[in-house]
Structures are given as structure tokens and as C-alpha cells.
Design a binder for this molecule. Structure first.
Ligand code: NA7
Length: 533
């Protein structure tokens, strides 16, 4: 059967852009559909004030373009949203990718036809195209959650979402603002909003673990020195289990890592004097031993008390779940913000939200009157962006229904029953526990080589074997630490932030290097765990 394109790519963020380039290089025709009116994916949508990556700029870029990387000038150690978005636009222009990208077009439905081994893809613009393969470059944190709060739409002021923040920005000057949510989007935006607003009320359900960002402008000559070192940086990056040899290095330096359980309280406090909140994290035993973890949380509380003057606020800022259950946040001035006269923290565990009303947010015992509400309430992570598309595979199997029961994909790359559909950094991949760019590059390269293999060997389809997929899902559980799956851990890694979502650890926690070796071995063994026809 004739197809419109060899491959449909969904999304034009890091993954979609790299996919177009690699597919073109391998001689395939491709069309990428992107919902937004610009490229950038996560970095297109999440343009809230203070949005910044937690990986160093020299590692948060494509690693295989020796020329291109020399042409791009980062200005900061850990770039902000705007600079990353500009970088991705630069890549799109420089590699001439735009001619294969259709913006403002969401993929709404996809149906697999067994007889022709093709996918019929429908879009929000009413188009219907047929392709041999689909690459879902849809991102791990791309399906926003609108919190189930009564009356959300009844608010008469401005309602903003961090993950769909207005392109033109928003001026909080003179406004009474409420921020709901204290994950990284909330924590990063709160200091910036507080500095502008007349008054800010932070509504916190779970306290965060957050470290002061080591970000700074790159010094004179520093970028040139980094550029000269790019080959070594890349090598180290690809040898790192998290795709970033520099992650954490800026914090840890030469700090020793004793066991917290072997360290007297007075000595622990001395470390707080020297390191602030960071003191709670730099112990050998905190990530593996739950008792050590509890000791670290106690120390974390001490560190917060030394920054935040109001004792009740300081107490409310201490998390009640283990450190390491969620990704640590990197903030710029988060805790000191609570010493400002115009900022107030509300602990929703003590005073839950009843509903949103036209004037603001009604708690159990108080009405918080505001002009603006900012929701920083997170994502249906890893699966949401695909399960929100009506995807029907072999025998009319619906991806959303299958993932509702169990969000699984073999190696995070393919789902049984959905031939020739590839998930870049899908559930079961190391992705979100690593530098996303490195993980994305690995997946896109694997997928392109796989499709080339099918073409070169005149094979029609590849599909995950259901048994191999189940085994992989079991394997994920064995790698997750007791802390990552602890009863009190309600992370999005577990899907625990989405009402009704199956609670299971979705990412592969065994490290990127081990994972890549496994992918290579399975591929060399004739795509073991996949069915090729
Ligand atoms: P997160 O990390 O999922 O944070 C969402 C926050 O919103 C979190 O504090 C939630 O509390 C809170 N939340 C969610 N729903 C509600 C309701 N209904 N009421 C009050 N509070 C609510 O999302 P982010 O966008 O901040 O960060 C996502 C990732 O981006 C991050 O991990 C980094 O990898 C980059 P909860 O914890 O569920 O009690």
C-alpha cells in the first residue's frame, strides 16, 4: 500500500527534532506533527517564570553534532527555559528541519491496519495520513493535569498553568496571587512571582526537597574552554549512568560522604552550618537505608529552620516522605522567599481546599481572596501524552485501556499489540532518571537503526513480545529502591499523582549505561523480545 510518509513523528521537542534528522539521514520520508505553534516541546510549553533545567548547559544539548555544538553559545551554567527554546530553534534552522514539521497540529487518533501494516493518523486539523511507522516523540512530562478542584473555572480573576504559561509572559505586579503546587514548577516560580506580586499565598499539599541552584553566568573564557573540551565531556557523559558526568559535581565537590547513622547529631549540625540544606543529602546511606533517610529528613528540617524565620512555616516546609522518592528540585531563593512580608505558606494538609470561588480559593476555614491563581500541579507523566490520543493497535486494542491497567512498554520502546509504533523514552526507559537529552538520542538512534533494519531485510513489522514486555515490567520493580516505591512516596514516577492511575514504578532505575548495553545485546541477538515479521 502506498503511504504518505514512511514515518509520522509526533512532537517537535528534543526527540522529534532529532528523529526528523536521523530519519532523513537514513533516507526515510517523515512528517512531524506538533501541537504548539513553535518547536521545543517541554521547553516550548513550560515557560513559567523561573523555569530552568537541572543539568549543566554543556551536557544539555545534542551530543553528535561536532560543528553545531561549536556554533551555539550558552550563557549560563544551567540554562533557563528561554535559552533552551532558542537553542532548539537554532537546531531546527541549522539542520533545516522545519520543512518536515507541521505546527499547530495535534495527532488526535491513530489506527493500525494489519492487512497493509500501516498506521492511519488523524490530526486536529482534519487531515488523515498513512505511514508505515509512527515515532511518538511526545515527551515524558507533556500531558498537563488540571487538578480536580470544585469550581476551578468559576474564578473571576486570571487562571494560569505553569505548563501552558502565556507566551507573552504575565505581569504579577501589584496582584494578589495564589500558587497551587510545590513541585519543581511551583518551587522555581514562587521566588520570581513573590518578587513581583503585591502578595503571594503558596498552597502546599506536599513539601518539596529543594537545593539552591549553583547556576551562574558562564565566566569570560569559560565557554571557549568548555567548547575545547566537548569531546571529553561527551565521552564522560556517555559513560555516566545518568547521561551526565557533571550532575551533582557542582554540589558535591570534595565533600566526603560518611554514613549519617554513624555521625553524632552535633557533627551533623556542623555540616548544616557549612552546607545549608545540602547537608541533609550528602550521606552515603540516605538513598538505600530508610532509617538513614529519616535522619536526613530531620536534618533537612533543621537546615530549613535556620533559613525560614517563622517556626510554623519552617515546620510545614519539611517533607513527610523519603528523600529520593521524587527528583530533587533546584531552586533560586526558594526558602528565603518565605521570610518576605508579602508571602504566606498554607499547609493544605491542615487546611484543605474546599473549592475555587469567583473571589479566590475557599479553604475549610478561610477564603483566600486573590487576583490570579497559578496552578503548578504537574503532569500525567510518561504515559499521558500518548494515552490521551485515541490509539488503536492490532485487533482494535486501545492503548489507553491497556495502559490504564498497566503502563508498560518493552524497554520503554514498544508496546505489545502496537506494531511499528515506537515510544521515545516511554514507560520502562531510564529517561526521567537521567539527562533526558542523552536518553532521547539513544532511543532515536535505536529506532532509526531498527527501521533501517526492517527496510534492508524486507520485514514488514516489529512489535514487542507480550511475555518480554511483562518480564521487563517486573525487572523495573526489582531495580527501584525501597525509597522510590515507599508507601509514603506519591511521585509521578509511580503514577501516584493521577487519580485512578495504576501505581507502579515506571522508569528503569538500573542506569543508562547498563540499559544501553542490554538494548545492544538484545538487538545483536536478533531483536530478542521483539517479534519481527
Ligand atoms: P510535580 O512535581 O508533579 O508537582 C505538582 C505539585 O502540585 C505537587 O506539589 C502536588 O502535590 C501539587 N498538586 C497536584 N494536585 C494538587 C491539588 N489538587 N491540590 C493541591 N496541590 C496539588 O509537577 P511539576 O510540574 O512541578 O514538576 C514536574 C517535573 O518537571 C519535575 O519532577 C522535574 O522533573 C521537571 P503532591 O506532591 O501531589 O501532594
Amino acid at each position: 500500500m502506498d503511504t504518505d510518509f514512511d514515518v509520522v513523528v509526533i512532537g517537535a521537542g528534543f526527540a522529534g527534532l532529532y528523529a526528523i534528522h536521523k530519519l532523513r539521514e537514513a533516507g526515510f520520508t517523515a512528517r512531524a506533527y506538533e501541537k504548539g505553534d513553535g518547536v521545543g516541546g517541554t521547553w516550548f510549553w513550560n515557560r513559567y517564570p523561573g523555569a530552568r533545567v537541572d543539568i549543566q548547559s554543556c551536557e544539555y544539548m545534542f551530543t553528535k553534532f561536532a560543528e553545531l555544538e561549536q556554533e551555539w553559545d550558552w550563557t549560563e551554567l544551567m540554562p533557563a527555559q528561554g535559552e533552551i527554546e532558542r537553542y532548539l530553534n537554532f537546531v531546527a534552522d541549522r539542520l533545516d528541519l522545519r520543512r518536515d514539521i507541521q505546527l499547530e497540529t495535534a495527532v488526535t487518533a491513530m489506527t493500525y491496519d494489519d492487512a497493509s501494516a500501516t498506521w492511519a493518523v488523524e490530526t486536529s486539523t482534519g487531515e488523515r495520513v498513512v505511514s508505515k511507522y509512527v515515532i511518538a516523540a511526545t515527551g515524558c512530562l507533556s500531558a498537563p493535569i488540571e487538578p480536580a478542584i470544585d469550581g476551578l473555572r468559576s474564578f473571576s480573576g486570571d487562571t494560569l498553568f505553569t505548563n501552558r504559561f502565556p507566551k507573552e509572559g504575565y505581569d504579577f505586579t501589584g496582584k494578589r496571587v495564589a500558587v497551587v503546587g510545590t513541585g519543581s514548577s511551583g518551587v522555581q516560580s514562587i521566588p520570581v512571582i513573590a518578587a513581583q506580586a503585591a502578595h503571594l499565598t503558596v498552597l502546599q499539599r506536599s513539601a518539596a526537597y529543594s537545593l539552591p541552584s549553583p547556576n551562574r553566568k558562564l565566566n569570560d573564557g569559560e565557554l571557549a574552554a568548555l567548547k575545547a573540551e566537548y569531546p571529553e565531556i561527551r565521552k564522560a557523559q556517555w559513560e555516566s549512568p545518568i547521561g551526565s558526568a557533571r550532575f551533582g559535581a557542582v554540589f558535591q565537590g570534595q565533600i566526603e560522604l560518611p554514613n549519617i547513622l554513624d555521625t553524632p547529631w552535633e557533627e551533623q549540625l556542623q555540616r548544616v552550618d557549612a552546607l545549608g540544606v545540602l547537608a541533609a543529602f550528602v550521606w552515603n546511606d540516605v538513598r538505600t537505608d530508610i532509617e538513614a533517610n529519616r535522619a536526613a529528613v530531620r536534618l533537612y528540617g533543621e537546615a530549613i529552620k535556620r533559613i525560614v524565620h517563622d517556626p510554623e512555616t519552617a515546620e510545614d516546609l519539611v517533607p513527610h516522605y523519603p528523600f529520593g522518592c521524587k527528583r530533587i528540585i533546584i531552586d533560586e531563593g526558594y526558602y528565603p522567599t518565605y521570610n518576605r512580608d508579602n508571602v504566606r505558606l498554607v499547609n493544605l494538609r491542615k487546611h484543605p481546599i474546599e473549592k475555587v470561588v469567583p473571589q479566590g480559593i475557599q479553604l475549610d476555614d478561610e477564603l483566600i481572596e486573590v487576583d490570579v491563581i497559578v496552578y503548578a500541579t504537574g503532569f500525567d507523566a510518561m504515559t499521558g501524552s500518548l494515552s490521551r490520543i485515541d490509539i488503536r493497535g492490532r485487533d482494535d486494542r486501545r492503548l489507553a485501556a491497556e495502559w490504564k491497567e498497566s503502563p508498560r512498554a518493552y524497554l520503554g520502546l514498544q508496546v505489545a499489540g502496537f506494531p511499528n509504533l515506537f515510544t521515545v523514552t516511554g514507560p520502562g526507559s531510564p529517561s526521567v532518571l537521567t539527562n533526558m537529552v542523552t536518553s532521547i538520542e539513544h532511543h532515536v538512534e535505536w529506532i532509526t537503526e531498527c527501521i533501517s533494519h526492517l527496510r534492508d531485510n524486507e520485514l514488514r513489522t516489529i512489535e514487542a513480545d507480550a511475555g518480554a514486555q511483562d518480564e521487563w515490567a517486573d525487572h523495573l520493580i526489582t531495580h527501584a529502591t525501597p525509597i522510590q516505591v515507599h508507601d509514603t512516596c506519591n511521585s509521578w514516577y509511580l503514577g501516584a499523582n493521577v487519580p485512578g492511575k495504576t501505581r507502579t514504578y515506571m522508569p528503569y532505575a538500573g542506569g543508562l549505561t547498563v540499559y544501553m548495553e542490554q538494548c545492544a545485546e538484545l538487538t545483536a541477538a536478533g531483536y530478542k523480545g521483539f517479534v519481527l515479521a
